[in-house]
Design a protein around this ligand. Structure first.
Ligand code: AMP
Length: 303
């Protein structure tokens, strides 16, 4: 089953302690689509400027991402500049230029409106709502956001949250959204605002899932070399939702498996800058790391 995603397609300039890139391919929609494309078909809704090179469009097409909903508008593509210190869990945003996203009003192609799986990647919550209102009968709506929108567009974000099934945000964002320092209490506040499941991403410490009656914890895959965490969250979401859409099963057991697939995909993404690790990745490597992940967390019945 295919997934409809709205998110940013961007030029990212990123500095980490291990190197830097200028204007590399990035954006929440790009990372998500690429990751999910290893599991299922993806339909992308976004906008780029006239400065966006054909080679990037070709890359998305090579991953089988449907780009009928990717508009090209006069002006410049969205740009994000960020920096990471030795604590790779927290990006410091140095600059955000919305550019063509400032005036973008998404019009979904007819072929996108019957989407059953919808991912509202990190983007202006007003755009998330506009996209959602054009989808006829979604079965599962998953959403991401960030501090930029939690503080800048809180009302619109709360309106979006009322309509989503699963929210995926990082630890700091959960605290900020709920205005509560304790994560367990923060999760209760957020679940009361709409989503029935909350997934909190904790960088190298893994992920926590909260639903009304249970909590699930997954570690991150231990890696010796982490080069660039940019896009890890969106890549996690791509693996998570790609797995759910491919299996068409939304039980808690399936959501737990999806979290591990998300963690596996994110672990690959951080091994190189931009989307470079995704370019050489194949499904066998994903399965192999999923298997190792199981061993990593096995502690019962080992004799
Ligand atoms: P993450 O998965 O959280 O590391 O997301 C990183 C991606 O989010 C980068 O590729 C950026 O281009 C994109 N991004 C950063 N800020 C924003 C924003 N305000 N709206 C949409 N996308 C953003």
């Amino acid at each position: 089953m295919s997934i409809l995603v709205v998110g940013s397609v961007a030029f990212d300039s990123v500095e980490t302690p291990f190197g830097k890139v200028e204007e590399a391919l990035g954006g929440s929609g790009t990372f998500f689509s690429t990751s999910a494309s290893f599991f299922t078909d993806v339909q992308l809704v976004a906008v780029v400027g006239e400065d966006f090179p054909d080679s990037h469009l070709e890359f998305l097409k090579s991953r089988n991402v449907d780009i009928e909903g990717l508009s090209v508008h006069p002006g410049s593509t969205f740009r994000w500049t960020g920096r990471y210190g030795y604590d790779l869990n927290e990006a410091q945003t140095l600059d955000t230029q919305l550019n063509v996203f400032e005036t973008f009003r998404p019009q979904l192609p007819e072929s996108y409106r019957d989407a059953e799986y919808v991912f509202l990647a990190n983007i202006d919550p007003e755009l998330q709502l506009e996209v959602l209102s054009q989808v006829r009968q979604p079965k599962l709506v998953v959403c991401d956001t960030m501090n930029f929108w939690i503080s800048g567009k809180r009302e619109a974000l709360l309106a979006t949250l009322a309509k989503v099934d699963i929210l995926m945000i990082n630890e700091g964002e959960a605290r900020q959204l709920a205005d509560e320092a304790n994560l367990i209490k923060a999760a209760k506040v957020i679940i009361a605002a709409g989503p029935r499941t909350l997934v909190i991403k904790r960088g190298e410490y893994g992920a926590l899932m909260f639903s009304e009656h249970s909590i699930f914890a997954a570690p991150a895959y231990p890696l010796e070399a982490v080069f660039d965490p940019t896009g890890a969250g969106d890549t996690f979401a791509g693996g998570f939702m790609g797995y759910l859409a491919a299996s068409q099963n939304h039980t808690e057991a399936s959501i737990r498996q999806a979290i591990i697939f998300g963690s596996v995909m994110a672990s690959f993404a951080v091994e190189d800058f931009s989307l470079d690790r995704m370019r050489s990745l194949d499904y066998q490597e994903i399965e192999e790391r999923f298997r190792r992940f199981k061993l990593l967390t096995e502690f019962d019945g080992l004799g």
